[in-house]
Design a protein around this ligand. Structure first.
Ligand code: SAH
Length: 244
């Protein structure tokens, strides 16, 4: 879990976003992990329009109501779509270059703020966490901190709309059985770092969580949980609603 904001020399994704916005193209945004082969995020996908978004994200944007917080706004794709629907959105991100780009793209309220910064004290009806939005939680052991924080930010009756994936498929055997070490760390905990040209970011923890585990914790912290939609690749959209 990252608790500060980034500096430009450690902000590869922000560098990629800013370059794509300025030049209409970008180099490779490399994603590295001790658990996976090297991958890349096509920077253009960070600029997807409503039409280009997967159904799961479109549903989340349609469901978002009242005062909305877009957590980890990135290039601002979701916030822009929400503004187009005349919805009231505040986007936060820890990347200074992403926040700058969001402002230049016309996001009316984009701020350089870490979700876990308790000096950010506004209240929202909907908290959006999209593109494996659970990742920001980092590890299962951070769930108590996360739910406490979300409760500070949500108005009574408010909801979190979050997507994630169940990484169980990575451990599935050909015969359909699963090889998961239940004494080990939770199988959805992954470490990543990113690189864009010469900018290399620090390693960070990223949590993929299955709906059942997320629900168990959420209920314990006073939320009602709903599986809004399942995607094509073990991914899903969840709605966690705080009791009135
Ligand atoms: N939501 C965007 C971007 C997803 S990438 C999209 O769907 O395209 C995740 C974003 O979360 C990055 O821009 C990263 O800088 C930001 N982020 C990571 N940890 C954060 C935190 N603790 N608080 C706020 N933003 C965070």
């Amino acid at each position: 879990m990252i608790t500060n904001v980034l500096t430009a020399d450690k902000d590869p994704m922000g560098a990629a976003i800013a370059e794509y916005f300025q030049k209409g193209k970008a180099s490779k945004l490399r994603v590295l992990s001790s658990a996976f082969d090297e991958d890349e995020i096509p920077v253009s996908t960070l600029f997807r329009s409503f039409k280009q978004m997967p159904p799961l994200e479109q549903i989340a944007l349609k469901q978002a109501t009242g005062k909305i917080l877009d957590v980890g706004g990135g290039s601002g794709c979701h916030s822009l779509a929400l503004q187009d629907m005349d919805k009231d959105v505040c986007a936060i991100d820890i990347s200074p270059l992403a926040v700058e780009t969001m402002k230049e793209r016309g996001i009316k309220d984009a701020r350089l703020v870490n979700l876990f910064d308790e000096t950010f004290t506004e209240n929202f009806d909907t908290i959006l966490m999209l593109m494996n939005g659970s990742g920001i939680i980092g590890k299962i052991t951070n769930l108590p901190i996360f739910f406490k924080r979300i409760k500070q930010l949500l108005r009574p009756g408010g909801s979190v709309l979050m997507d994630s994936s169940d990484l169980k498929y990575l451990f599935e055997d050909e015969d359909g059985s699963f090889l998961i070490d239940i004494a080990g760390d939770y199988y959805g905990e992954v470490d990543f770092w990113m690189e864009y040209k010469k900018v290399k970011g620090d390693t960070f923890d990223w949590l993929y969580i299955d709906f059942q585990t997320l629900s168990l914790y959420a209920i314990e912290y006073g939320f009602k949980t709903e599986l809004l939609k399942e995607g094509k690749h073990y991914n899903y959209l969840a709605k966690l609603t705080l009791a009135e």
